[in-house]
Design a binder for this molecule. Sequence first.
Ligand code: F6R
Length: 629
Amino acid sequence: MEKIQNKVFVTADEGAKFVASEIKSLILEKGKTNKPVILGLATGASPVALYKELVRLHEEEQLSFSNVITFNLDEYFPMSPNAIQSYHRFMNEHLFSKVDIKPENINIPSGMIDMEEISNFCLEYEQKIDDLGGIDIQVLGIGRTGHIGFNEPGSTSRSFTRLVTLDKKTRRDASKDFKTIASVPRKAVTMGVGTIFKAKRIFLMAWGEKKAEILAKAIESNITPLIPATFLQNHPEAVVIMDKAASQDLVRIKTPWLVGDCEWEEQLSLKAVCWLSDKLNKAVLKLTDEDYNEYGMGDLIAQMGSAYELNLEVFRHLRDTITGWPGGKPDTAGQKRPERAHPFPKRSLVLSPHPDDDVISMGGTFIRLIDQGHEVHVAYQTNGNMSVHDEDVLNRLSFTRQFMRKFNFETEHIDEFSSKLKGFFQTKDASSTELEDILEIKSLIRKREAQSAYRFCGVEDENAHFLDLPFYKTGKAEKLKVSKKDIQITKELLEEIKPHQVFVAGDKSDPHGTHKTCLDIFKQAFIELKEEGKDWVKDCWIWQYRGAWLEWPIDEIEMAIPLSPDEVAKKRTAIFNHESQKDGGVFPGDDSREFWQRAEDRNRNTAELYNKLGLPEYQAAEGFKRLYL
Ligand code: F6R
């Protein structure tokens, strides 16, 4: 099924290190004969880890770039090289300013040329590559449209460097760097598919589950201009480098029973049975030997004895994941339930990366835990101030001033403060650094909203913790590296509460990676406490929920909390407290639905999936998966 060579690495860093080592070998080899190395480079999130590793090789292993000539794939048009979204600036920040490459050896398409000059410029760019003997190694990312460079669907295999129009989906993805989609340029200058194809070797790098769907298409479907990356199937030296998450939709990984023999472990058979039930639109208990044989699972049936035995086992497993008692049900010790009956009540801690993830992702479970008498704590890991609109700051400031005047409070200071902020907003553009005061106000807005939400759910004020982790506090989409401080703050909280169960966001992807970073910080803190021999850690269970973007695959859910229609409505009201996140968030990602709609669609979908597998029909359900550390 796979038509492009590919390598799957456990993490993106490992994949990037592999590509960096290939580049290093080439530089060393060509260095022996003093021949230049011609590299084709990409921008965006995918190559960041590669550039980091190349910089490390330069600094720690003295790898020299003095003999390297680079050609970048593309640049937005129009785009000043100094703008913060410009690819000129990106390359400088991530690579060129940190290695010893000669400025005259750097080539990046210009985003500033006059329209009449563009075709000449493109011809010359193409010619320059050819004159140097062609690109030795071309590095690529892949867009969710299947674009390579900015060759959007419809590009032909013989397209060369030219001005192109960006796809709507690409512009939506890029809006995270531009704040609004309207300010994303409509055009770009890009090397063509034909230009890329002339490279001697190509590494296409892709990380994370968001790339999984398009990667599977690029690698497995037939060549089509509708997915430009499929053209790489005809290149003899093109290799896709991906991490595990990005590989998850490949047939051999997603449905291995369709391509060969499998080692039928429990998790894999569960996955296969759920898949077959969905495929045939039949409840699990209705699947037959014939169904299994037809879809490559004959050996599984042989191992289990019969479809009847297997169906029953899977059905019982799924049934036992459903419970209305997320903190365990008292007096049921010995029964097969997702959570332990004892101790009861428990100390439960909900960790929420942003101030609204608690209610969006597990609002129903949150409310149940409180109603069932547990000591529920909630901790907001970051202040979430990046996703508050400037208008919200101005509106609240204006309200405060009017309120103060009405009740004859002294307004001199607030008037002064307010004109300072207004002046800033008037001159603010995408490259401005946010004022500290504005960030503070935005944090306050989010804190107030979180307070209303948790109070509505029934949490006591003394059980709400605002961690304000330092890694988040840059005022920019790009965050700081995790520091000891982040870990320490988290450890102190865990030590103070000594929870019996912790709920964490188990996401791998969100627009700026905050969920993933928050999870990493929690893991590190928990492991350190475990190593320090803290007693409570041994009895603490960790449940992962998923953020606003995705739900766990049904076969991975280990605890499903069903919600009644009333509970769904209550959860919605809790989410509504986050007013600043309604009516179009600052970073909506590629999903135009409001957060409460996403949550409801997803919880309804989970309930429907259970029902289709042959389990009871609930209004909605929230899914959790255990994490073992
Ligand atoms: C960048 C480029 C694009 C990106 C692609 C993926 O120079 O040409 O094709 O490689 O859009 O972007 P990221 O890596 O940000 O997901």
